[in-house]
Design a protein around this ligand. Structure first.
Ligand SMILES: [Zn+2]
Length: 308
C-alpha cells in the first residue's frame, strides 16, 4: 500500500474524529477503510485516497471497472434502470410546472438524461461528469458541461438557476457531501427541487459487503439518519425520503428543496443501529471458506491485470 496516496478525514456530520473500523478492503480487493463515527453513526472511508488519486481513478480507471460498455461503445444498459428518476419525481407531484433548466450531477454516459430529455423535451440540460469518455458522449447529446467535478466553483455563476437537479448514486462518491449539498442549495431556484438517490446502508439485503457493497469509490455510506443530518447541515429541506420501492429495494431516495441550516441530530442509537447491522452481516461473510474464496478471486484478478 502506498501511504502517500491516502488522507485522513473527520466526520462530515459531527466533525468528531472518533470512529470504529469496519473493514480495510472492499470490492475488487481495493483499499476500502470503512469506519463508523461513534458519535453520530455516519459511516465513511478513513483514511481514503487523496483527491489526486481519486481524480486519476475517475478520469482514467473508473470506466474499466464500472462501465466496460462505455469504452467498447456497445449497447447501453436497459432504460428501465434509469426510469425510476423521472417516474418517482412525476409520481411525487413535486415537479415544477415550467421546467427550463435541468442539471444532472454525475451523468455517466447520459442514460438518465436521455430518458429525461424524452419526457421533458423543452428544457436545457447541463451535466457535471469526470469521465473523459462520458463527457464526449454527453457533449454529442447537446448537454452543456458545467465541469468535471463537484468540487470546482461551478455554483458561483448559476445562483438560483436550476428547476431540477438530479444526483443519482453520486453523493456517496463525494469528498465532502455537506459542501456539495450547499452548492446544490445555491444553484436551486426557490421552488426548484433536487432528486437524490444513494445506496441504503440499512437495507443492503443479500449484497456482499466485502465483495460488492463496500467500494473504494464510495467515500460515504448513508442511511436515513445520516443523510438527513447532511441535509440539515447544508440547509436542505427534505420533502420525500423513501427506503426503497418496487424499482429498487436497496436504494434510499429523496426529493429535497432549499431550506434553513439546522444543527445535526446527534444520537448514539444511530451509531448502534448501523454498527450492529454491519457486524451481523460481516460475521456471516468472514468465515474461513469465504476468506479463502476471496483470496483466490483477488489473486486471479491480480494476475489477469499483470498480464495486460
Ligand atoms: Zn459523526
Amino acid at each position: 500500500m502506498n501511504n502517500e496516496n491516502f488522507e485522513h478525514v473527520i466526520c462530515a456530520v459531527c466533525d468528531a474524529d472518533n470512529t470504529e473500523k469496519i473493514c480495510e478492503r472492499g470490492q475488487f480487493g481495493l483499499p476500502t477503510h470503512v469506519v463508523i463515527c461513534k458519535e453520530c453513526g455516519l459511516s465513511y472511508l478513513n483514511p481514503r485516497w487523496n483527491k489526486e488519486r481519486y481524480i486519476h481513478f475517475y478520469e482514467k480507471e473508473y470506466d474499466k471497472y464500472y462501465r466496460p460498455n462505455v469504452q467498447k461503445n456497445t449497447e447501453r444498459a436497459g432504460i428501465n434502470y434509469y426510469q425510476p428518476v423521472y417516474e418517482r419525481l412525476y409520481e411525487s407531484g413535486l415537479l415544477p410546472d415550467n421546467i427550463q433548466q435541468v442539471l444532472d450531477i454525475g451523468s455517466g454516459d447520459g442514460n438518465n438524461l436521455e430518458y429525461l430529455m424524452e419526457k421533458i423535451p423543452n428544457a436545457n440540460y447541463y451535466a457535471i461528469e469526470p469521465s473523459e469518455e462520458c463527457r464526449k458522449t454527453l457533449t454529442s447529446m447537446d448537454v452543456k458541461m458545467l465541469g468535471s467535478d463537484v468540487d470546482i466553483n461551478f455554483h458561483e455563476k448559476f445562483e438560483g438557476f436550476f428547476d431540477v437537479i438530479i444526483m443519482r448514486h453520486v453523493l456517496e462518491h463525494f469528498a465532502n457531501p455537506v459542501s456539495a449539498m450547499q452548492k446544490v442549495r445555491t444553484i436551486l431556484k426557490d421552488d426548484g427541487i433536487a432528486y437524490i438517490a444513494v445506496p441504503n446502508n440499512l437495507k443492503f439485503g443479500n449484497s456482499k459487503l466485502l465483495d460488492n457493497w463496500f467500494r473504494v469509490v464510495h467515500t460515504y455510506y448513508f442511511n436515513v439518519h445520516s443523510l438527513e443530518n447532511i441535509f440539515r447541515k447544508s440547509g436542505i429541506k427534505t420533502l420525500v425520503m423513501e427506503e426503497g420501492d418496487e424499482y429498487n429495494q436497496k436504494e434510499l431516495f429523496v426529493i429535497v428543496k432549499k431550506g434553513d441550516v439546522q444543527e445535526a441530530n446527534i444520537k448514539s442509537e444511530y451509531y448502534t443501529i448501523q454498527k450492529e447491522l454491519f457486524d451481523k452481516k460481516l460475521k456471516k461473510e468472514k468465515t474461513l471458506i469465504n476468506n479463502l474464496k476471496r483470496r483466490i478471486k483477488y489473486d486471479i484478478l491480480q494476475s489477469i491485470k499483470t498480464k495486460k
